[in-house]
Design a protein around this ligand. Structure first.
Ligand code: ADP
Length: 321
């Protein structure tokens, strides 16, 4: 029986648990023995690798986070620790590895593969949706729904009090979460690193809208700009509206995985095991335009992720109405 292991690395995201459940069940159905690496690359180094059973994955499909824990590992950046990690896998006879993580984790596993030739398949998993080569990363839909609920709630109070609310959402250097959230929650302002903005032009428009009866503002800003407080001050000084900043923070990482998330997790895990069974050695499962395919890790790591041009255009329209 071939042995296959799964680990989660970097920032956790919703969808990891449903993917882990499918990983175990599909492994058994393909006559593979599944293993868990607990705690990401740290667990790989410390040999926290255990056989997985059906019982391990009961009752986890509706949980955010990851049952097998994640980590950031400084040690994994050093060759001597990657050598230990490889020895641990080889001692157990594990020849295949599924890695749920972001671009950092993929860079790490690529180096590990080049050194030790242990086959791996990456599943993009990060709420930031910032991995090149795939339009979807596990965790994004649930995070967007968390932001939607929070923004709708804030809108209730904003409307009652004639205020401007500046909502900062996650995404590191990527504005995807902020952009989609702004488009789907009717925000008046969306500031992301990918779209230049002109506060003077916005001021003219907002003042006109106030004349026409507007009595509150919702602004969604990407954390990558690090300017939520500055924008709130701008609303106070330039627009004359009392303002508040809400930093959504880590609530965006948790929650009950949405239906879309669970289905994506199911498919990502299935295709990852298929890829390894078919002999792929260093692939990432990517999702584009409604279909899944495998991309070589070099292709994924070669470039920075860019938000779809059509989506960016919609964001520009929102800012330049
Ligand atoms: P994410 O995968 O969510 O982008 P990080 O960027 O923190 O998260 O990366 C997760 C882990 O991947 C790091 O803690 C480290 O162990 C490993 N990693 C990242 N870059 C490298 C690298 N150049 N060499 C080896 N390991 C790396």
């Amino acid at each position: 029986m071939d042995k296959i292991a799964i680990l989660c690395s970097g920032g956790d995201s919703c969808g990891m648990n449903p993917a882990i459940k499918r990983f175990v069940e599909y492994s058994f159905s393909k006559n593979l023995q599944p293993y868990f690496v607990y705690g990401g690359y740290e667990g790989l180094i410390d040999n926290k690798i255990q056989e997985a059973t059906y019982a391990d994955v009961t009752g986890i499909i509706h949980r955010g986070g990851t049952k097998i824990y994640s980590s950031r590992s400084k040690r994994f950046k050093e060759k001597k620790y990657r050598d230990i990690a490889a020895k641990n896998l080889k001692n157990l006879g594990i020849t295949k590895l599924v890695v749920l993580g972001g671009d950092g984790s993929f860079r790490g596993i690529d180096i590990f593969f080049q050194e030790h030739k242990i086959s791996f398949c990456g599943i993009p998993a990060t709420i930031d949706n910032d991995i090149n080569g795939t339009q979807y990363c596990l965790g994004v839909d649930t995070a967007l729904n968390v932001i939607k609920v929070a923004t709708d709630n804030i809108r209730d109070t904003a409307a009652s009090f004639k205020r401007a609310f500046v909502i900062e959402v996650m995404g590191k250097g990527c504005g995807y979460l902020a952009l989609v959230s702004a488009l789907t929650s009717g925000a008046e302002m969306c500031l992301i690193p990918e779209i230049p903005y002109d506060l003077e032009a916005l001021k003219k428009r907002y003042l006109k809208e106030i004349d026409q009866g507007r009595n509150y503002f919702i602004a969604i800003v990407a954390e990558g700009l690090d300017n939520a407080k500055e924008i709130a001050l701008w609303f106070e000084k330039e627009i004359g509206f009392e303002s508040r900043v809400t930093t959504l923070g880590h609530i965006q990482r948790g929650g009950n995985p949405t239906v879309r998330e669970r289905l994506m997790a199911y498919q990502f895990a299935t295709y990852a095991i298929d890829a390894l069974s078919e002999g792929k050695t260093n692939a990432v499962i990517c999702y584009n335009n409604g279909a899944f395919d495998f991309k070589n890790i070099d292709e994924v790591n070669a470039k920075k992720y860019e938000i779809d041009e059509n989506l960016l255009e919609l964001g520009k329209c929102l800012l330049n109405k």
